[in-house]
Design a protein around this ligand. Sequence first.
Ligand SMILES: [Zn+2]
Length: 653
Amino acid sequence: MSLEHDNDLSSTRQEPLHDDGGLKLAPEKSKPLETQNYLPFRRTYRRSRATNSSFITRLGTFLVALAAAFLVFLVKRYELDEVLVRVLGAEDHLQVYRTGAPSRTGHLSRDYAICTRTKGGIYTLEERGNDPEWAERTQCLVVDKHGTIAATGSIDEIKTTHPQLRPRFLPSGSTVVPGLVDSHVHLMEYGWSRSLNLEGTKSVDEVVQRVRDYILARPLVHDEEWIEGVGWDQNLWENWPGGFPTHDILDADPVLRGKPIILFRIDLHAMWINGRALELCGKLPDKAEGGEIIRNGATGKPTGVFLDNAQLLVPRPQWSQAQMREFVQKGFKDVLKYGVTAVHDAMTRDIAVKFYRMLADQGELPIRMHLMGYMDVGYWNGTERFDHYGPHQRLHLRSIKMVADGAIGSWGAAMYEPYTDNPSTSGFFVVSEQDLKDFIPRYLEEGWQVNVHCIGDRANGEVLDIMESALRGHNAHKVRLRIEHAQILRPNDILRMAKLGIIASVQPKQATSDMVYADARLGERVKSAYAYQTLLKTGARIALGSDMPVESPNPLVTFHAAIARVNATGGSPHGPDGWYPDEKLTRMQALRGMTTDAAYASFSENEVGELVPGKKADFVVLDRDIMTVDAQDILQTNVLATVVDGAVQYGAL
Ligand SMILES: [Zn+2]
């Protein structure tokens, strides 16, 4: 149907051309001349009339033909067929025509080819020789109906090798890169965080106002329904004396009072609850292993803030299936909008693993997901490992996530020495060091990829000690241990990362978020923190991620932070050249960090990461060239299409 539709369009396009060629008015010409012999006077008169009429007819026809030819030119030049199709509301059909409709098993109904208008608009990321900065580029991609790249090449090459295909040209100026991989996300939590979003609040009053608006805007199911919000950051509050907020701020508002409320700090490592939620906690222990109950210095009473493991003392109800579905779909929708084709989910609890399996069974995973199984405490006793699960084969569980320490924003990252701006603490471990010593080798022996969250230099150092001894007798390339965040490392530990073949899974946007206070908080230690270029130079592998919802789900925000180390307006505490500019990544290093290197970090380098024949057709069409535009322009980039297994999941080709 759609094909016919398009053929109709092309035949309308073609006809005027034929008319143009057929504008032969010779028979008309001879007719008035015949009369000349009989009525000379009138003949002249008639002839002139006839000539005029013939001239007008000819002129008219010529103008019609000219208009038609111009229309054809416009249609071809500006792709007005698309406009027409959109006016007619036939976009879906157009999409099907172009890429073939994916079936439930992910197969497309036909092969297709896309090309950029310039010769090298497609970055394939194919490696060539030993030059890490080499950018292999091509003009066209041929995708077969299994969603695999069948060929790459110039338009002329494709026309020769695939004469049956009509290559589709992408809008001029657009470029194609391999599907972007976000190596550290919390997808379900992201969707959840977007329901009562406290990001960007500039004062406690604004936080209270947002919670108030949220409560008033939606009917509560019942009075004891828990209200959960995410995203506050006391470092951004104006006229704030410092430290954490307290429950009485929330209790002062009559709308908030009496309803259990939990508000998470943006990094999720601190939870601020109100008086009602505190009551529902019942009797609290004096101390929380791997966390902290913040107490009033004078009275010793809890102030309403719980750090890390202490959060487990708050009796939050479990999310329902309907909530999980809502949150996850929000996550999929947003990441696809930004060109993400695969994520590494950095903390998937057993209940969420089961939920994702169900989605995969139903063919409802629009992106690839690599789960890191997680338990709050103790040893993982969740499901077995699996790979390529579901009809689309997009779900994987072969990694385990452990969390060694807290975060720097709440002084929770485990440091060897106290914080420079808060000498009363040097952070803490979230799991006991003994558990790390017992479990890391055990998981490794059982065949799991072990990914450990380490932010502070002590967490990184001690986990590296454990990994170093656990790796004896193992091939590092086969087991691919990862340290998630790897934020603050002692110089010698950076070298060890490389030597041991441990992957640093880093989130460059955290450097530009933390840069406003990191110098003060870390002192000299900041010089080997967020040291992405040093990690690469010493030979370590990296994978780039966002840590959404802690940071933006847009991978180009990650890319921009990695290559510029400035904020969204181009500034940094060290000026416009960036915060510790020596640690900037090149654009090629950053792009590899979210494609080929990220694929390696999830054992998928044979399937995705590069746009070469035989690999999956996961790619993104961007409206500009992120490898050459001004750094600040990167943030204005629009994604025109996100394609997974050859099928368009967002936008249009
Ligand atoms: Zn995380």
